[in-house]
Write a protein that binds this ligand. Structure first.
Ligand code: 26Q
Length: 767
């Protein structure tokens, strides 16, 4: 975008005058933020409207989550005016950094939601016609604080600062009908700016509202069974994001949300398609849809329903759906695969349920074995099976994950439809995760190989010949990032970290399979080793954790308490103050991640092999020049292929070994063989930590007793983990070690979301 300082400041001034009745001098932060954003939106309108009017074939990315983070800096960066706006504001005595207080748009939980955000940005940057469709939650993922070491949750008022990057589009509102209520769906459109290319795609988020004020005619036509209080409840549907990650909660409101979003999206798309005078059988010529996990899969029977009300036969409608829909799976964990009670579903959405049954009948009529192929069975609707049956393509998100889908999770389906299954390894956008959060590192690279890598990440390999000469600058910039993070943590967490310590980082959602416990136990293991004098010369290390636990996930919350207690023990012990510090940062989110990722020395990716579909923070750290301490799980496998295992720190049971180990696994022996590990584990119950809640006791039991003690083989992998981790800690700081960091950075090319969306466009969307 071309930028003229005078015009820009005049634009800002005008918005301040008209919308806030103030001027540059009297404006508060909030007013200034909105005015700056709106001024930019105005300038971008022409490009956006061109894309909205364009007639080319598009893909709709249907997702219950878009974890966008903060919009302003990334938008300015992509429009190519970040520095210019900063300078313009400076010239009137204002600082662009003041908007760091603006809330993140946290309309997602973790990996799956952030992936959707990275893909939108990359698609726009690659001029791929991809639009997001989702829900405009009133409250995003909860804000987390710790009280006495326990997680507390507060509502996330992400609109506190206003929403200048969205436009409400009342003319596109539609009605969404449930058996017991009809609500109005109003879209809010967010522009998605491509990186310096003038492309603007759209993220359309639907908000639910009462129908009454909208249209009395359609209100009166509403079906008979409507309840009196429906207008009161209408807004409720999009009130709040379910805070679960990799766990299914069978709440009917969640199903309402899912149907609300896909019905509104499909009505909108079909309406516009028809307005162009087209035959709906030709819908696949203009549209395809990517289903982000099972959450939007109810779109399939909804489109079947809509097409039949428009006069298509079931078979014709099925054919259209088959050509339009594609399904991404993000998890193999049984507890995350969505299943809905058939009665509840048919009560809420009788016409939609009818289409699900019709799909089941079509499947049955093919003469398949009903033990292996079913959509509805024993009064349960299996959303993943529905998605696989109808979709043209099914994809996993990393090689190892797709292989597990083919050979285990969806083995039967794969054998029947091998051509449907493809792998598309996840990726991240290098704009947010390098240019924006680590600008000095980006400039260092620019100085060696130019700027082509900004949009072609594999070009980063060209720094390889320069690695030697880059080392001192690399180390200096990383050190500066660590300093900044330390200052931020001191201010927000009240823990002082020395930037001279090794920053060992594990940040991601809290889940047992991700094994924050393994890391926690190792911290205690080192601590006791130092206290006993068994470990001398320990390389000073700051163990940094960040994670939110689903509010209803008891064990995950127990792990948070445990780590906070470890932090209290360690940080208050003057004897180890020059050796170790532990901090669990509060409210880990996208903006915190931006600060942490560029300041890490160790990237902990230590899930039990076979459990983490891909992981994407592993890629963000790699881009920042951080070695991975990890298992051969998810995308770690491919990271090692790209950067070499010798440049990373790999440990633990492989996915092939895990099944065999589990057959006769008994953690007791392991505990008895390793007295210091035993001591670390016993702190959960021996009074080391005060805990009236009984949580730590329960955590201990989950590790040592019950039906499946230590389900995720924490204790099994412990010895190998500390062996490799210790090696890493002692390697740290040498030239050889720093080279490993830069080799990782140089090898990150494959993990650009630009490559991922290009793969989708070629292999699936045909865009
Ligand atoms: C389902 C039903 C009801 C309520 C909630 C849910 C639900 C919500 C979120 C189920 C799963 C999720 C999120 C899953 C997720 O984030 N998976 C991660 O996806 C990333 C992107 O592909 C991968 O990198 C991670 O490995 C994977 O864990």
């Amino acid at each position: 975008m071309k930028f003229d300082k005078k015009t820009f400041l005049a634009d800002v001034e005008r918005v301040l005058n008209s919308d806030y009745a103030c001027d540059m001098k009297s404006a508060g932060r909030r007013e200034l933020y909105n005015a700056v954003s709106k001024a930019v939106m105005e300038e971008a309108y022409a490009d956006w409207s061109r894309e909205k009017k364009s007639n080319r074939r598009r893909c709709g990315y249907f997702s219950a989550e878009f974890l966008m983070g903060r919009a302003i800096y990334s938008n300015l960066l992509n429009l190519g005016i970040l520095e210019e706006v900063g300078d313009a504001l400076k010239s009137v005595g204002e600082d662009l950094n003041q908007f760091e207080e603006v809330e993140d748009a946290a309309l997602g939980n973790g990996g799956l939601g952030r992936l959707a955000a990275c893909y939108l940005e990359s698609a726009a940057s690659k001029d791929i016609a991809l639009d997001g469709y989702g829900i405009r939650y009133r409250y995003g993922l909860f804000r987390q604080t710790f009280e006495n070491g326990f997680q507390h949750e507060e509502g996330d008022d992400w609109l506190k600062w206003g929403d200048p990057w969205s436009v409400r589009v009342d003319r596109d509102a539609v009605l969404v009908r449930f058996a017991d209520q009809t609500v109005r769906a109003v879209p809010y459109d967010m522009p998605i700016f491509g990186y310096k290319n003038g492309v603007v795609n759209t993220l359309r988020l639907w908000q639910s509202e009462p129908v009454q004020a909208f249209d009395f005619a359609s209100f009166n036509e509403m079906r008979g069974e409507v309840k009196a209080n429906e207008n009161f409840n209408a807004t409720k549907i999009t009130d709040v994001l379910y805070p679960n990650d990799n766990t299914m909660v069978g709440k009917i409101l969640r199903l309402r949300q899912q149907y609300f979003m896909v019905s509104a999206s499909l009505q909108d798309i079909v309406k516009k398609f028809k307005a162009a005078g087209k035959d709906l059988k030709a819908l696949p010529e203009k549209w395809c849809f990517q289903l982000n996990d099972t959450h939007p899969v109810i779109a399939i029977p909804e489109l079947l329903r809509i097409l039949q009300t428009e006069g298509l036969s079931f078979e014709e409608a099925f054919d259209v759906c088959h050509k339009c829909f594609n399904f991404t799976n993000h998890t193999i964990m049984a507890e995350a695969l969505e299943k809905w009670d058939a009665l509840a579903l048919s009560d809420l959405l009788p016409d939609v349920y009818e289409q699900i049954v019709a799909c089941q009948q079509r499947l049955s009529s093919e003469g398949v074995d009903p033990n292996y192929f079913y959509i509805v069975r024993d009064n349960v609707v299996h959303m993943a099976n529905l998605a696989i049956y109808v979709s043209a393509h099914v994809n996993g998100v990393a090689e190892i994950h797709t292989n597990i889908l083919k050979t285990q999770t969806f083995k039967n389906w794969y054998e029947r439809y091998p051509e449907k299954f493809v792998n598309i390894t996840n990726g991240i956008t290098p704009r947010r995760w390098m240019l924006l959060n680590n600008p000095k590192m980006a400039r260092l690279i620019d100085s060696k190989i130019g700027t082509v890598w900004h949009t072609r990440l594999p070009e980063l390999k060209k720094i390889k010949p320069f690695i030697g000469e880059m080392l001192p600058e690399f180390v200096r910039i990383k050190q500066e990032n660590k300093q900044k993070l330390a200052a931020y943590i001191a201010e927000h967490e009240g823990v002082e970290l020395s930037p001279d310590f090794i920053f060992d980082v594990q940040v991601k959602r809290l889940h047992e399979y991700k094994r924050q416990m393994l890391n926690a136990l190792s911290v205690l293991w080192y601590y006791f080793g130092i206290k006993d004098g068994d470990i001398t010369d320990f390389p000073p290390t700051a163990f940094i954790f960040g994670a939110k636990a689903a509010p209803g996930y008891y064990m995950a919350k127990a792990v948070i308490k445990f780590i906070n207690e470890i932090a209290r023990l360690v940080n208050s012990d003057a004897e180890v103050a020059d050796k170790m510090k532990v901090v669990f940062v509060q409210n880990y989110n996208v903006s915190y991640a931006e600060k942490i990722v560029c300041a890490a020395d160790i990237s902990e990716q230590i899930s039990l092999a076979g459990m983490e579909a891909s992981g994407t923070s592993n890629m963000k750290f790699m881009l920042g020049g951080t070695v991975t301490l990890g298992t051969l799980d998810g995308a770690n496998v491919e990271i090692c292929e790209e950067a070499g295992s010798e440049n990373n720190y790999i440990f633990g049971a492989t996915v092939e070994e895990v099944a065999a180990i589990k057959q006769f696994y008994c953690p007791r022996e392991i505990i008895e063989q390793n007295p210091r590990l035993k001591r670390a584990l016993m702190t959960l119950v021996d009074g080391t930590f005060q805990d009236d809640s009984g949580m730590l006791q329960k955590l201990f039991e989950s590790m040592t007793s019950g039906y499946e003690p230590d389900r995720y083989l924490v204790l099994y992998d412990f010895a190998d983990y500390v062996r490799v981790k210790t090696q890493l800690l002692y390697d740290f700081g040498s030239d050889e070690f720093n080279k490993k960091c830069l080799v990782n950075m140089a090898s990150v090319g494959k993990f650009s979301a630009d490559r991922s969306v290009t793969d989708y466009a070629k292999l699936i969307w045909n865009l």
